[in-house]
Design a protein around this ligand. Structure first.
Ligand code: 8DG
Length: 326
């Protein structure tokens, strides 16, 4: 039985325990000289039964807290494996840490999925998870001296060169020269690509009764159904004020001037795929009648009632500030 393990998710991948059904595709992908020749512990040819045995052994190792070998799944298909094996105390593995808890990282991606950056995505995610959840101080790994692609993967996830060694390779029938890599939490974190910052301008339109206009995000959009302040993304080269004037005309058919947009506060919020930076303006004067031009539902809401409207997480602190201010 596969052990209980909450799969790790990345932008494109799911890292989950191997299942018996993975044996056939795993065998097909790893029984490929181009893959097997880079792996120290994989024989070539790779017997079909070994796939079943290997999968069962990963369950035992995970249950015992010795190693975490996971399937790399992309769009519902097994594309490779990634694993971490804890160093045995006093094991003195080449490249292993002098003190603290360490683990050796290994991975492979089947040939059909090469060239898409899946190996660093999987290896980085598992390594960062292990540092956080298993309390590891170091991750180490090795790559054949002539395997530049794998060395690039290790560098990309933040591991640093840590010397050279000879390592036995089952597929090569003897020891081979490898480069060693190692890194801790700081190195792994520093290598995480920053999220793009998305600049969105938004406004709290306030009517003569002191009510604020909220618009409901339409179905099909991210965060559909949540209520938000009118506004939208600032185009390259545009100021937030110009963007708001444009968006308010497009979305609500009203005319606003820059002089009527008073800067109030801003949201700075980490969404999963981007970091939102959203200045929020106040506006009490505009030309024309507010009407939803994009079929969006609108609501004029008293400040005390704002909390009853579910809003994107970035807006929650803004609502509290508005309530206090108005
Ligand atoms: N207008 C507005 N956007 C908000 C608020 N809170 C919040 O997190 N956002 C987010 C949702 C969106 O990711 C982004 C606004 O972008 P947008 O409205 O131009 O774009 P969108 O995601 O609806 O659609 P698209 O242009 O990507 O197709 O800012 C808010 O109060 N008002």
């Amino acid at each position: 039985m596969p052990p209980d393990f909450t799969p790790l998710r990345t932008a494109r991948l799911i890292l989950r325990p191997l299942a018996l059904e993975d044996a056939a595709p795993l065998h097909r992908l790893v029984n490929d000289w181009e893959v097997a020749k880079t792996l120290a512990r994989v024989p070539f040819p790779y017997p079909r039964e070994l796939a079943d045995e290997w999968i069962a052994s990963t369950w035992v190792q995970m249950a015992e807290g010795e190693a975490w070998h996971l399937a790399i799944e992309a769009a519902g298909t097994l594309v490779g494996c990634v694993g971490l094996t804890l160093d045995r105390p006093g094991g003195g593995q080449p490249g292993g840490p002098p003190g603290g808890k360490g683990a050796e990282l290994g991975y492979w991606v089947g040939r059909p999925s090469w060239g898409q950056g899946l190996a660093p995505e999987a290896a980085g995610a598992l390594s960062r998870w292990a540092i956080e959840s298993l309390g590891l101080s170091t991750i180490h790994a090795s790559a054949l001296r002539d395997n530049l692609r794998s060395q690039a993967v290790l560098r990309r996830i933040g591991l640093q060169p840590a010397g050279e060694a000879m390592q036995p390779f089952l597929s090569r029938g003897g020891p081979m020269p490898v480069l060693l890599f190692r890194g801790g939490k700081a190195e792994l974190q520093a290598a995480v690509p920053p999220k793009p910052v998305v600049l969105v301008a938004a406004v709290a339109l306030i009517d003569p009764d002191g009510r604020i206009l909220l618009a409901q995000r339409p179905p099909g959009k991210p965060m559909a159904g949540l209520w938000e302040f009118p506004g939208g993304k600032v185009d390259p080269g545009e100021t937030p004020e110009r963007a708001l004037i444009r968006e308010l005309k497009e979305e609500l058919d009203i005319d606003v001037t820059e002089a009527c947009l008073g800067p109030f506060t801003f949201a700075s919020h980490a969404y999963e795929k981007f970091h939102l930076l959203m200045p929020l303006y106040l506006c009490r004067r505009w030309g024309g009648q507010v009407r939803g031009m994009e079929g969006q539902t609108l609501a004029w809401v008293r400040p005390q009632k704002l909390a009853e409207y579910p809003m994107p997480p970035a807006d929650v602190p803004l609502v509290a500030m508005l309530r206090d201010f108005l």
